[in-house]
Design a protein around this ligand. Structure first.
Ligand SMILES: [Zn+2]
Length: 214
């Protein structure tokens, strides 16, 4: 994919980006985030650099999902009290974003939606409970955890609106459909839904070479 770039106003390092769809850029030098508009960058805030988690993915990794090619262009890394997860922003050739969730070797291809969950649904977000989401599928709650820190890199469609401390809930159906719910204030939620996908099915290219670490 073609690359555009601008220079970081803080550290002068070149910040490359792949798509005009991205509105948030994180400088690879000083890890400041910028709102991009018409080739200029407006400073947002100092972010935290992602931690080494031995993921085989990186910015620039190519893959495919259901015969549609994509490129990994950004990452939000969540550090929970008991858990971690990467949400990789992937760009499909039709300029559509997807989210590739990665944790402990499991991969889920997800789409993001924002909606209000009513109080009766929120009350069921406890491990082992079953509930129905607005996509009319029945999910079981697998894991509930509290996010502690957010780290970012690359380019993203928008800045995270999440508070640092929010409850994250992972849900599954009995046929490998998955959902992640980030429970924000006042029942406002970010919901990701999609499916579990075996690593090999993505046909990844440009993975990290982790041999030196092993
Ligand atoms: Zn910079």
């Amino acid at each position: 994919m073609p690359v555009s770039s601008l220079h970081c106003p803080v550290c002068a390092k070149q910040i490359n980006y792949k798509t005009s769809v991205s509105s948030i850029l994180i400088c690879p030098g000083c890890v400041c985030s910028y709102q991009k508009s018409e080739g200029t960058a407006q400073f947002l805030q100092q972010e935290k650099a992602v931690l080494e988690d031995m993921s085989p993915l990186r910015l620039g990794t190519m893959g495919q999902f259901e015969d549609k090619p994509f490129e990994v262009i950004g990452r939000i890394q969540y550090s929970f009290e008991k858990f971690y997860r990467n949400l990789w922003a992937v760009l499909f050739s039709e300029r559509a974003y997807g989210w590739l969730a990665e944790a402990y070797g499991d991969y889920m291809m997800l789409q993001r939606k924002e909606f209000l969950l009513n109080a009766s649904v929120v009350a069921k977000l406890k491990a082992g409970r079953t509930l129905e989401l607005p996509d009319n599928k029945s999910y079981e709650v697998e894991r509930v955890d509290i996010n502690e820190t957010i780290y970012m890199e690359g380019e993203l469609p928008e800045h995270s609106k999440e508070n640092i401390r929010f409850t994250s809930v992972e849900l599954s159906t009995d046929n490998h459909q998955k959902a992640l719910i980030h429970l924000l204030a006042h029942y406002k939620t970010t919901v990701y839904t999609g499916q579990l996908v075996p690593f090999k099915r993505f046909n990844f290219k440009h993975l990290r070479d982790l041999r030196d670490w092993i």
